[in-house]
Design a protein around this ligand. Structure first.
Ligand code: ASP
Length: 339
């Protein structure tokens, strides 16, 4: 039986071709993808294409586009066996993370991919990324999808979407999940690490919850920074602080005073690490005690992208019972290692 995959084209380098006369990149009509890539006809799934009317550089993608994609998947969920989203690489990890929270109790694959070189370029990485993503999106065993989560496929690696970060603007191998193993690797054979795949244990039906609040702020601290600037920002609901190492900050009365003042105003403070590998461990050093004192929330080993989109999704979301802190601490869809 031929599986059906919906290919959603949003923009980015992958949908571009080089004008060899001028040397510049231009978007091509993605409806013509079958002419550009005749190999797509050989793949063992039926592909339908849905293109954004105006292809976007992914730096223009945000909550509005995340919601459009989530709703599109919701409306087509029963019509397709899998979904592939073609996306610019710059913010792909944000979109993948946001979608992982919006698409609840997934039982079908949602694979994001893109490329470092345009699909029309001679040395392009787009072809492999696209064809193998389609393969993973249509991979079923005994009528069950093998991948039941939002994943990123890039340069021979299948990765958990909400664990990814773009770490290279140069190499084809542009994404990593430093705090989670690779889900699959494609070489001569296409491998899947079944033990690492996410499975929803809620027993609930798939739903789309597009709630996103933009009242979230992210700040990276640095030696010598004046935290007092925070008091100039009105009505801050969530402040995500990206701090040193395993959760340390300059230990002064001023730091405690400023952060406590924010907490007294009702600001939730989430702490993530500036290290891409490992995470927050309150109590390991005395310079993290300020955070326990003020009741900050540990972001544990989450990526910044995941912590930001999780906070956006949870803040003032009427569908979650309990406090923001309680919900943030939970592992909702494989985004955090809860110890
Ligand atoms: N600026 C592009 C984007 O993110 C880069 C890419 O697609 O690789 O849309």
């Amino acid at each position: 039986m031929k599986r059906k995959v919906l290919l959603i084209y949003t923009g980015g380098t992958i949908g571009m071709e080089k004008d060899y006369e001028t040397g510049s990149l231009r978007a091509f009509d993605f409806g013509n993808i079958f002419q550009k890539l005749p190999e797509m006809k050989l793949i063992e799934c039926e592909v339908s294409v849905h293109s954004f009317q105006k292809p976007l550089d992914s730096s223009d993608m945000g909550p509005k586009e995340w919601k459009i994609i989530a709703r599109l998947i919701g409306e087509n969920y029963n019509l397709y066996d899998g979904f592939v989203i073609l996306h610019g690489t710059d913010t792909m990890s944000y979109t993948a993370s946001a979608l992982s929270f919006m698409l609840k109790n997934l039982t079908k694959p949602v694979i994001l991919t893109g490329s470092q070189l345009p699909i029309g370029d001679l040395r392009t990485d787009a072809k492999e990324n696209l064809l193998t993503s389609l393969y993973y999106a249509s991979l079923y065993e005994n009528d069950d999808a093998v991948i039941q989560e939002v994943a990123v496929y890039f340069e021979y690696k299948l990765l958990r979407g909400n664990r990814t970060l773009k770490y290279s603007a140069e190499y084809f191998d542009a994404y990593q999940t430093p705090n989670y193993p690779v889900l699959g690797q494609s070489g001569v054979h296409l491998n899947i690490e079944k033990d690492f795949l996410w499975r929803s244990k809620t027993g609930k039906q798939f739903t789309v919850d597009t709630h996103i609040s933009q009242n979230v702020l992210f700040w990276r601290i640095f030696p010598g920074m004046h935290l007092e600037h925070f008091s100039e920002i009105p009505n801050m609901k969530v402040l995500i602080l990206q701090v040193f190492g395993s959760g340390t900050i300059f230990n002064s009365k001023k730091t405690l005073h400023t952060l406590q003042m924010l907490r007294d105003q009702g600001t939730e403070i989430v702490v993530v690490s500036q290290c891409v590998s490992g995470g927050i461990s309150f109590g390991k050093y005395s310079n993290s005690n300020i955070f326990t004192k003020i009741g900050a929330i540990s972001g544990n080993d989450m990526t910044a992208e995941s912590a930001i989109t999780k906070a956006m999704h949870l803040l003032d979301n009427p569908d979650y019972k309990g406090s923001f802190a309680e919900n943030f601490a939970k592992n909702l869809c494989g985004e955090v290692s809860v110890l």
